[in-house]
Design a protein around this ligand. Structure first.
Ligand code: DMJ
Length: 460
């Protein structure tokens, strides 16, 4: 057995309803999942069943495409040629869940069909976290050199995006020609590469990947405001901020996450220091204690005063980062707020005004962050209240999002109207974190890995 594989595989309601909102109370009460006592083993089985339900439909209706459309029962591609988003993103979940036959069919499909020598512009960030990230965790878990070969080929194409005057990457790169576009970018799409690139350096022995990704993060870090905050949009050619709104939401989120995780994964002191100084500013200017709970809001990077009490499903990742960074007190408080957000309607909204406790964007994209943070909090506290949270969240997912084919995003958590979409991160992240929460470390030892932002685990 491959050495890496053996390392992995052998180890391999505090719900307080929003009182102020009477209409909401009625909705929430009916939205809460029934409280039958699923044991953790039973819950893990339910999650595995949900995975199989979705995967089988992908194979039946969407084979070879990027993702399943669960209402129209067909597949769709992001670009003119499929990058096999779903099988690549979901491969490591199959290994973790012990689904050998499914893993074998996914692997066959990937090795037969996945090619990167295609004349098309791809979004650097998404392809890096899902495809490069997925291939690398597949390699670490499975040991087949073909995964590494594909990862190296893709890495050599994506790395051309960093060829800008500041060293910060463009948003799009053509896989065949290396031509770039999209100079107006954001911290997440600039600073979410060091884990994948660092792991590629680990396995190829070529430091250029790690160094290129790190250079971009350091360049961005130097452009913080005197308050230590980053804005939300920047020109990678000039280094000039285009939008100075600061927050932990989508567009900045995983940049913060990667400082912390790269510090741990690569024992990189500069990254750890960047995380600590950024966190201090985030806590000083964006943390917001309100009657509805502990949250993080939005502020101008130069003013540092909360301008919008906006939170949302993507922001929920931060409880996991706080826990991993050692601040359990704030992590627990934030997870309590995350859960309130989830239980407002029974499924969390994409955007929430945390003062009014009203959705600013009512959709739900099957996002993982809330369940991810529940899993992290359980790892650090071993408090079964997190298992209970996870159980309710997962059961509500089944209740409101499942259909005869797979799981559907929701147009609105107020009406629970389904959308014809099942993003690959639902399998790669949402179901993986739910499974890991219930399986009590039997398939994967939390302390031996660091997950990329798409939930792909790499050996520490
Ligand atoms: C995933 O692709 C990643 O977790 C990313 O960091 C944020 N968005 C989605 C999931 O919500």
């Amino acid at each position: 057995m491959n050495i890496v594989k053996s390392v992995f595989l052998t180890s391999i309601v505090i719900f307080s309803a929003m009182q102020a909102h009477s209409q909401l109370e009625a909705t929430s009460a009916s939205a809460v999942a029934t409280n039958d006592d699923g044991t953790k083993d039973e819950m893990a089985k339910e999650v595995k069943e949900a995975f199989l339900h979705s995967w089988k439909s992908y194979m039946t209706y969407a084979w070879g495409t990027d993702a399943l459309m669960p209402l129209s029962k067909k597949g769709h591609n992001w670009y003119k040629t499929s990058l096999l988003m779903t099988p690549v993103d979901a491969y490591d979940v199959m290994i973790i869940m012990g689904l050998k036959d499914e893993a074998a069919e996914a692997k066959k499909l990937i090795f037969e069909k996945l090619r990167f020598d295609v004349d098309m512009d791809v979004q650097n960030f998404e392809v890096s976290i899902r495809i490069l990230g997925g291939l690398l965790s597949a390699y670490e878990l499975d040991g087949d050199e073909q995964f590494l070969k594909l990862a190296k080929d893709l890495g050599n194409r994506l790395i051309k995006s960093f060829d800008s005057p500041t060293g910060m990457p463009y948003r799009y790169v053509n896989l065949m020609t290396g031509k770039t576009r999209g100079n107006i970018s954001n911290p997440a799409e600039i600073g979410t590469y060091i884990i994948e690139y660092g792991i590629l350096s680990r396995h190829t022995g070529d430091k250029k990947y790690f160094e290129t990704a790190k250079r971009a993060m350091v360049a961005l870090n130097k452009l913080r405001s005197p308050l230590g905050l980053t804005g939300s949009q920047i020109d990678v050619q000039t280094g000039k901020w285009i939008n100075t709104s600061s927050h932990i939401s989508g567009g900045i989120d995983s940049y913060l996450e990667y400082m912390l995780k790269a510090g741990i994964l690569f024992n990189d002191k500069e990254m750890t220091e960047m995380w600590q100084t950024s966190l201090a500013s985030v806590n000083k200017y964006l943390a917001d204690e309100k009657p509805s709970g502990f949250w993080y809001g939005h502020a101008d990077m130069n003013e540092g005063k909360i301008t919008a009490t906006s939170y949302g499903s993507l922001d929920a990742f931060f409880a996991a980062s706080l826990a991993l960074g050692g601040d359990l007190k704030h992590a627990e408080a934030l997870q309590e707020s995350n859960y309130k957000m989830w239980m407002l309607y029974g499924i969390e909204p994409e955007g929430l005004d945390y003062v009014k406790m009203e959705p600013t964007s009512p959709s739900y994209a099957l996002r993982p962050e809330n369940i991810e943070s529940t899993y992290y909090l359980y790892q650090f506290t071993h408090d079964e209240k997190y298992t209970e949270m996870g159980k309710t969240m997962f059961r509500n997912l089944v209740k409101f999002c499942r259909n005869d084919v797979g799981f559907c995003a929701l147009k609105s958590v107020k009406t629970m109207e389904k959308e014809d979409e099942m993003e690959s991160f639902f399998l790669a992240e949402t179901l993986k974190y739910a499974y890991l929460l219930f399986d009590d470390g039997k398939s994967l030892d939390f302390n031996k890995v660091i997950f990329n932002t798409e939930a792909h685990p790499y050996r520490r």
